[in-house]
Every structure is written in C-alpha cells, then in structure tokens.
Design a protein around this ligand. Structure first.
Ligand code: NAD
Length: 466
C-alpha cells in the first residue's frame, strides 16, 4: 500500500504529485509525500462542507467516542509515529515520544469537553446561551511540533462539531498524513480531511469561501497574510505566531535550578519552540555564577541524530532555518563573546552546536529577532524595572519567565510583562488543559483549555418573551 497518502472525503488518495521529504540528520531525501493540487484541495473543502451538518448534529457522546478511538489508535502506534517524527523533524527520540504521548493526552482532554447550553437569569426572564460550531475549519501547522500543534486544532474543532481540513508544513508532512490512515474509518467521511502541499496551497485554503474559520500556527509574517485573507468573508481566525521570549533571573533566584531549567528549555527541540526562552536577562549580582552554571549545563548536551543513543539535541529542521541560524551566530560572534559552541557540526545534515553568546547590545539581531535555533544571548541587568522594560521591547509577546525565590514579588512583576503566558521558575510550561496564546504580534486567540474549544464556536442567545 502506498504510504503517506492524503485523506479526502474518507478516502486515502494519492496526490497530483509527490514531494521528497528530507531527513535533517543527513540532508538527504528518505520518503515521498503525496501533495494536493488546487482541485484536490477544493475537493477536501467541499467534502468537509458536505459533512458539516451531519457532524454538527451528531451527539457530543458520539463525537467524543470517535476522538477517543482515534487517540487509542495513535497510542497503539506511538512507537511508529515517534520514529517517523524523528526522521522528518530531527528531534531526539525521547522528545518525539513525548510529543506523541502529549498529542494522545491532548486529544483525550478535548474529547471530554462538552459544551452545554447555559440558562442565565435576567430581570426580563431567563435566556439561553449556546455555543454552536462554525463550519469548515482550516488547520495549518508549522514544522517544529507537527503532531501536537495539529491536535490543538482538529481535536477542539471536532469536539465542538466543526469539520476540518488540515494542512501540515511541507518539510514535515509525513506524521500528519499518517494520521489520515488512523482516521479514515474512525470519523464519518469528510469530517477530517488531511492534505499536504509544496508550500503553495495555504493562501487558497485560508481564502476559500467555504472555510468558516482558520486556525494557523506559524510565523508572524504568514499570520498577517492569513489575517488579510480572512477579511473578505469575515472568517474567524486563531493565530499562534512567533515569539522572542525573555527570561529574567533575579538576584535571589536558585541559580543552579535556573541554569538547569533554562538550558533544558532553551535547547529543547533545537531551540525551535515558539515559546522557548530566547533572551536571558541576568541580575548583575549573580551574573558570573549563572553564566558558569548555564555554560556547564549546556556543555552536557549531546548533539547528534535523533535516533542515536544518548542524543539530547538534534539537527535544525531544514536547510533554510539552518542557514538563518548559522548567519545569526556568525553575526553575533563578531560583536559578542561566544561562551560555548559557535559552529555548525562537521557532518552532513543541519547540525548546529548549542551556542551561548554574551556581551551583545540590545540592538543585536540575536536579541531582537526570533532565532528559532540552538543559540541564545546572555544579557545583564542592574535594575529590575529596566529588565522588565527591556523584556517588553519588540513586537512579540508570547511567553516570558521570572526566576526568583520570592513568588509574591514574581507574581507582581508578571503583571508588568506583555506576554500571553508568564511562567515563574519554569519556562515553556504548555499543557493542553491550560490556555496558551500570544499578545502583540505573537497572535490572536488561544489554544488549550476550555478557551481553546470556544475558539471553534460562535455564541447564540435564545431569549423568549416572558
Ligand atoms: P510559516 O509561517 O512559514 O509556515 C507555517 C505554515 O503556513 C506552513 O504549513 C506553510 O505551508 C503555511 N503557509 C505558507 N504560506 C501561507 C499562506 N500565504 N497562507 C496560509 N498558510 C501558508 O512558519 P514555519 O517557518 O513553518 O514555522 C516557524 C514559525 O512558527 C516560528 O515563527 C514559530 O515561532 C512559529 N510557531 C508558533 C507557535 C505558537 O503556538 N505561537 C508554535 C510553533 C511555531
């Protein structure tokens, strides 16, 4: 049976053509993915539109049953999906296993959410508030966490009664396409459709008149294009975009815990995490100690292919990103001090050493831009308010963290940070049952929790005369 086909109207179909998928640990193609042409994309949207009335009127219990069956199938094939994820995405096997496991947990969390009609009292008489599904949802994902990020879209959309057309990033299409194999006879035909592309169908999908809602995760620049394309039909949009998260280590922090906690999150998924710490602001009084411990923790990281034993840092996912990260490191090395790393590995594939750069100005590109790679700047501060002001610079506002033993003070400081999530003594603490989203140009709306399901609904009020 041909693998990596698309799911359109309940059928696993070959694409108009195929594209090669590159293993980032070798730089070589290892599989071909079927990709849609415009006609197939339109067929997927039409199938989702046809399936919508039936699925929307299906009981919550039945929808839940389908999602739970789907989660079980994924769980049964967890090892297969984790290994395929390593091949196409590059991450270490332990991280891939975590991603698959978190995906299964996420689907199960959403499956249990029932949207009930609420009856509210009013002086003129009681009235009803109902959350109704929107219609066809287009889900578009990037290449850093193809499995989790897709489930944050199709699972809440489906449990709320919408139908879905899901499109992965062209460099990591395989695990998403394989979901189609699991879904084909779990959901009624047309309820979940999965199409891949060669980075050429996103605009057609988001601009399609029969799509009611676009849920997009990716870069801010593409997010703006998505927003523009939604204007004509006033489509609802959820945008989970880029970030340049600051982490602020205060003088009274547990420095060893901060150094270890930050090394673990800065280099997670080779730094390709929307809400990873990407700029570290350290109190002057503890700077030297932090630097020493952070460099030591970073030197324990083992760079290699994701399926090699003991590897904790895989390659960057694709050549474009590899070139971008390499250029950023070269530029930073000219004005700053490279404390560890600083090079790409001398082997095929897209390997970048875990790199720390100190002594950069706030205007350096490594500080102002989203690096999305295994390199991070260390910055000093002497005044807490100044640290917060510097943390708030720039157009992003996804996550931030404060490291301190004084939780009360941290909670107060958190209120002054422009970020959708502020973590204390941790970073990137993202869970399916906790809402997560960006402010400023990091996004619109949120995923996770009950709020993540509400994004796929519209309110209807029914109010009878007393
Ligand atoms: P990207 O914006 O280039 O691509 C994302 C997806 O959009 C891909 O599937 C792509 O094919 C599609 N696309 C391309 N052009 C389109 C268009 N005109 N209309 C609609 N879709 C289009 O992003 P990327 O490089 O794949 O991902 C990296 C970015 O994603 C980073 O900036 C990262 O911070 C961000 N990200 C954000 C979150 C979050 O939750 N906030 C999570 C992960 C990644």
């Amino acid at each position: 049976m041909t693998p990596y086909r698309m799911l359109i109207d309940g059928q696993l179909v070959e694409g108009a053509r195929t594209i090669p998928v590159i293993d980032p640990s070798t730089g070589e193609s290892f599989a071909d993915a079927h990709v849609a042409d415009e006609t197939q994309l339109d067929e997927a949207v039409a199938a989702a539109a046809r399936a919508f009335p039936g699925w929307a009127s299906t009981s919550w219990q039945k929808r839940r049953e389908c999602l739970l069956r789907f989660a079980l199938r994924l769980d049964e094939e967890a090892d297969y999906f984790a290994r395929l994820l390593v091949r196409e995405q590059g991450k270490p096997l332990s991280e891939a296993r975590f991603e698959v496991d978190a995906t299964v947990r996420g689907i199960r969390f959403y499956a249990d959410i029932e949207l009930k009609v609420e009856i509210r009292d009013h002086p003129t008489g009681p009235y009803e508030v109902e959350r109704q599904p929107l219609g066809v949802v287009a889900g578009i994902t990037p290449w850093n966490f193809p499995m989790i990020l897709a489930s944050n879209k199709y699972a809440p959309a489906l449990i709320a009664g919408n139908t879905v057309v899901l499109k992965p990033a062209p460099t990591t299409p395989l695990t998403t396409l394989e979901l189609g194999r699991l879904a084909a006879d779990v959901f009624p035909r047309g309820v979940l459709n999965i199409v891949a592309d060669d980075n050429d169908l996103g605009a057609r999908l988001t601009g399609h008149p029969d799509v009611a809602k676009v849920s997009f995760t990716g870069s801010t620049i593409t997010g703006k294009a998505v927003m523009r394309s939604a204007v004509e039909d006033m489509k609802r949009v959820t945008l989970e975009l880029g970030g340049n998260d600051p982490a602020i280590v205060l003088q009274d922090a547990d420095i060893e815990a901060a150094a270890r906690g930050l090394a673990a999150t800065v280099f997670l998924n080779a730094g390709q995490v929307c809400a990873a710490p990407k700029r570290l602001y350290i109190a002057e009084e503890v700077y030297e100690e932090f630097q020493e411990r952070f460099v030591a923790a970073t030197r324990e990281i083992r760079l290699g292919a994701g399926d090699e034993e003991g590897v904790t840092l895989g390659p960057v996912q694709n050549r474009m990103q590899f070139d971008k990260v390499r250029a950023l490191i070269e530029e930073a090395a000219k004005s700053g001090t490279v404390l560890t790393g600083g090079h790409v590995a001398n082997r095929p594939g897209f390997f970048v050493e875990p790199t720390i750069v100190a002594d950069l100005s706030d205007e350096a590109r490594l500080v102002t831009d989203e690096q999305f790679g295994p390199v991070v700047p260390l910055l000093r501060f002497t005044d807490e308010r100044d640290a917060i002001a510097r943390a708030n610079q720039g157009s992003f506002g996804l996550g931030a963290s404060i490291w301190t033993r004084d939780l009360k003070r941290a909670r107060l400081l958190a209120r002054g940070i422009s970020a959708g999530s502020v973590w204390i003594n941790q970073h990137t603490a993202i869970h399916p049952d906790i809402p997560f989203g960006g402010v400023k140009q990091s996004g619109l709306g949120s995923e996770g929790g009950m709020e993540g399901v509400h994004e796929y609904t519209r309110l209807q009020v029914v109010n009878a005369a007393a």
